[in-house]
Design a protein around this ligand. Structure first.
Ligand code: SAH
Ligand code: SF4
Length: 348
């Protein structure tokens, strides 16, 4: 069945909502066929290489209270930290020395002028110490358009902001019901990022309580219709110090969430063959070879963690977060020293 389906439909990459729902429900050989086709598409349209982004988790201080997240404002358990400029520059220097090509600076959402100007300065310094060679991706949540512009002018050129779920009613069940957490803010922020000139990445969590296969098919169509350049998506992982933990009895097993994420990656690769798709750390927390399996399902980016050892423990978005820095891949498959920009963005 899937073979015929692949030949006639997947190859055309024009999968309908109904077809996505059907494919997301498959398993066994049918799912293997999705992964095989996705791999082939990845190689042709996004290239053979896997690109590295050294992940620097800058601060766990956040003004938001997303119901799923371990560093939400009201969770006072983790010790608050913000990396010093020296710590960030050391991590960036390490990434440059190891030829990672790019780094990601990520952290809680903070809109204070102090935070904005520190990040702006750090971007310039990272560019300077690497002779302009390190590409910089940011992930600091929703900011004003003026802030996005300041950071872009300073030298950052990619930004990650997950939609978390494209279904507004589901989004509202995993966020507090107030203006700070409004779905429309996120849509507006994604538009502002695009207008500023960034390569824009988004993504969703997979296996959220109350999430249906239909929601996931709509997430794939949302990403296609938003014409994104990059995607980072991973399984939802419950965290005991968060309100959403109360709904843990509704969850699929971790293995099922993992498998569903692999299928989401494979199908997104078929829908958007030339974008960058990350093999996320959350995959690795369920399966030690999770990121490698995500690469085999169509992903082409990994983000080794470069956060200083003594701070990693405090940046627990979810439980059992692994902190390994390396990936089990032959060296010739890695795009050392390359930015590895989204080919999709370049074509636009
Ligand atoms: N504050 C920024 C960046 C840090 S959070 C932002 O929100 O964009 C980065 C991502 O971690 C979020 O987008 C979310 O998808 C993911 N995350 C948070 N809690 C999680 C959980 N319990 N399980 C899986 N992913 C989670
Ligand atoms: Fe803050 Fe991001 Fe966590 Fe939401 S997901 S609480 S914005 S760090």
């Amino acid at each position: 069945m899937i073979y015929y389906f692949c030949k006639t439909k997947i190859m055309k990459m024009n999968l309908s909502r109904q077809e996505l729902i059907w494919l997301l429900s498959t398993g066994g050989e049918d799912a293997e066929a999705i992964f095989r086709w996705a791999q082939a598409h990845r190689k042709i349209y996004a290239g053979e290489k896997t690109y590295l982004r050294g992940l620097i988790e800058y601060s766990n201080i956040c003004r938001k209270n997303c119901l799923y997240c371990g560093i939400r404002k009201d969770n006072t358990n983790p010790t608050h930290y913000t990396l010093s400029e020296t710590e960030v520059l050391e991590a960036a220097r390490y990434a440059h020395d190891k030829q990672f090509g790019s780094i990601v600076l990520q952290g809680g959402e903070n809109r204070s002028e102090g935070h904005i100007s520190t990040i702006e300065r750090l971007i310039r310094e990272i560019k300077s110490i690497s002779g302009g060679e390190l590409g910089i991706t940011l992930s600091f949540g929703e900011q004003s358009e003026a802030t996005y512009q300041r950071w872009f002018i300073a030298g950052a050129h990619r930004y990650l902001l997950r939609i978390e779920s494209s279904c507004e009613s589901l989004y509202n069940t995993i966020h507090p019901n107030d203006s700070l957490h409004a779905y429309q803010n996120r849509i507006d922020a994604l538009r502002d990022l695009r207008n500023t000139g960034y390569q824009v990445g988004t993504g969703v969590m997979i296996g959220l309580p109350g999430q249906t296969i239909e929601n996931l098919a709509d997430d794939l169509l949302f990403m296609r219709d938003s014409d994104i350049d990059m995607c980072g998506m991973g399984p939802y992982l419950e965290h005991v110090q968060t309100p959403l933990y109360d709904r843990r009895h509704e969850l699929l097993s971790k293995e099922k969430r993992f498998f569903m994420t692999l299928k989401m990656i494979g199908l997104l690769r078929l829908l958007m063959p030339d974008i960058n798709i990350a093999a996320t750390t959350a995959m690795q927390s369920i399966d030690p070879r999770g990121r490698e399996k995500a690469l085999e399902a169509g992903a082409n980016v990994v983000m080794p963690n470069l956060t200083p050892e003594n701070k990693k423990e405090a940046y627990k978005l979810y439980e059992n977060k692994p902190v390994t820095e390396w990936i089990d891949l032959p060296e010739e498959m890695i795009g050392f020293g390359e930015w590895g920009d989204s080919k999709h963005f370049k074509k636009r």
